[in-house]
Design a protein around this ligand. Structure first.
Ligand SMILES: C[S@@+](CC[C@H](N)C(=O)[O-])C[C@H]1O[C@@H](n2cnc3c(N)ncnc32)[C@H](O)[C@@H]1O
Length: 363
């Protein structure tokens, strides 16, 4: 994928899949956070021109569009902060924004410059008052790996209720890993926040997997919930990962729902292997994998509640509650689990349902 030089460029299929995830997530994020907070912040650090050559919406227009769709549930201000290095692209975005009629509660700022400089200055300015930062969603969507220092992402994740969605260009990192120019390699080190990234070039094993695992472990050190979505091309080569990191369980759940709903149209394959031993293909029927995972987790635990199982599935796997129900139905149908007929609230359990209040055990 060559880096486009023109102001506007063609929308590629994988980008529309990425936008689909973003759109679906924001459709949940704006109403959830907008209802209870006086101010919420959406940052698009590599915002682009706002439109593609064929007229399709770019990420800034998608974000504003979703906020408009949920205007009625947003009680306070929504700050949009769009950062773009190229003046021509920023001007294009500004002309797009000029055509929009947005509510007065939407404060839209466009800023010319490099993301890491502008964003770094903002974090410096809030200093120790990091808990005063309004709930913030940062979309970090570079063409390559320059200008996305991990130290900044980590600092943002330390702020209350902030989360990041990052395009992590692992294919290009892999290709530049042994570059003779120290500056290029330093950009890679900065993106990971560790020299370990460079050591991957000389070690054994699949470099793409190792690079992904390293980035994942760095994010996991900074946020409770980390998920990624793997974008492969037709040759089944990984192009990039979309990483989501958050400290909020509801946000995590909503992002998983968004990822499961994306329709790849058979053109690209998407997967999540946040647990390296349990890769998950989003388009395939993967209930069998969850069945195994649940057995592994709960087989020796005796009686557990439906809530224990649900929390595990929702917080520690890529799966959703509906997948849990499907997996438990399989287990119950083959008598691998015993499920109590009565719930802890004294009411009868509906067949085929596994509510929080039910007790079950693997046999
Ligand atoms: C992948 S495109 C963004 C596309 C946009 N997020 C969307 O989904 O419609 C990356 C953009 O970042 C801009 N850019 C490159 N380096 C940058 C930097 N250091 N800081 C901010 N913007 C940068 C590029 O000019 C380009 O418009």
């Amino acid at each position: 994928m060559a880096t486009p030089k023109e102001t506007l460029w063609e929308l590629e299929l994988h980008t529309s899949a990425k936008h689909d995830i973003l759109r679906r997530y924001l459709a949940a994020w704006f109403p959830i956070l907008g209802t209870y907070h006086r101010r919420i912040v959406y940052i698009d650090g590599f915002c682009g021109p706002g439109r593609y050559k064929g007229g399709e919406a770019g990420s800034p227009m998608i974000a504003i569009g979703e906020a408009m769709n949920h205007c009625n549930s947003i009680s306070g201000e929504v700050i949009f902060w769009f950062i773009e290095e190229r003046e021509d692209r920023l001007n294009h975005l500004r002309s797009e924004l000029a055509n929009l009629k947005t509510p007065p509660e939407f404060k839209i700022f466009t800023e010319s410059g490099k993301f890491h400089e502008k964003f770094g200055q903002m974090l410096d300015s809030i200093g120790h008052a990091k808990d005063s930062l309004a709930p913030t969603f940062a979309f970090i969507d570079p063409f390559g790996f320059y200008g996305i220092p991990f130290s900044l992402i980590e600092r943002l994740l330390k702020c209350n209720r902030s989360e990041v969605f990052v395009t992590f260009m692992v294919d290009s990192i892999n290709r530049w890993l042994e570059h003779p120019d120290d500056k290029v390699v330093q950009n890679i080190v900065d993106a990971f926040g560790t020299e370990e990234a460079v050591a991957i070039a000389t070690g054994s094993g699949n470099r793409i997997v190792k690079l992904r695992e390293l980035y994942q472990s760095k994010l996991q050190g900074a946020a409770t919930y980390v998920r990624y979505f793997e974008m492969r091309d037709r040759q089944n080569r990984v192009q990039y990962y979309l990483f989501f990191a958050s400290n909020n369980d509801l946000g995590h759940r909503k992002m998983k729902e968004a990822m499961w709903k994306v329709n790849p149209d058979g053109e690209f394959s998407f997967s999540d292997a946040t647990d390296p031993n349990q890769p998950v293909l989003f388009e395939a029927d993967t209930t069998g994998i969850l069945v195994e995972q649940l057995r592994e987790k709960f087989r020796t635990k005796g009686s557990v509640s439906g809530k224990d199982v649900r929390c595990f599935v929702e917080n520690e796997t890529p799966y959703l509650k509906k997948h849990m129900t499907a997996a438990l139905k399989i287990e119950e149908g083959s008598s691998k689990i015993r499920v109590e007929a009565m719930k802890s609230d004294g009411k009868k359990r509906k067949a085929g349902s596994y509510p929080d209040e039910v007790k079950l055990a693997w046999v």
